[in-house]
Ligand binder design. Structure first.
Ligand SMILES: [Zn+2]
Length: 76
């Protein structure tokens, strides 16, 4: 178990999370990514293998399961 890179806590639980990645200006949502989520600050950490898998998906080796409209708010 590694320490959280944000707050340094070493307490985490295994969860599946959704993350938005930006690839060439497009936002892409990836759901159900296995992550180690920090119990203190909620920061998800992905394993090297998971990161590599997501990178391959985002680079067009997988077809999206669906497309959704996304509501965007700007904090101004
Ligand atoms: Zn943390």
């Amino acid at each position: 178990m590694s320490h959280c890179h944000v707050c340094g806590s070493n307490s985490a639980k295994q969860e599946r999370v959704s993350e938005v990645f930006v690839v060439q200006g497009r936002r892409i949502l990836v759901e159900d990514i296995p992550a180690s989520v920090c119990l203190r600050c909620g920061e998800p950490t992905f394993s090297r293998q998971t990161t590599e898998q997501v990178r391959r998906m985002l680079n067009g080796e997988a077809k999206p399961v669906r497309s959704e409209e996304v509501d965007v708010f700007e904090y101004a």
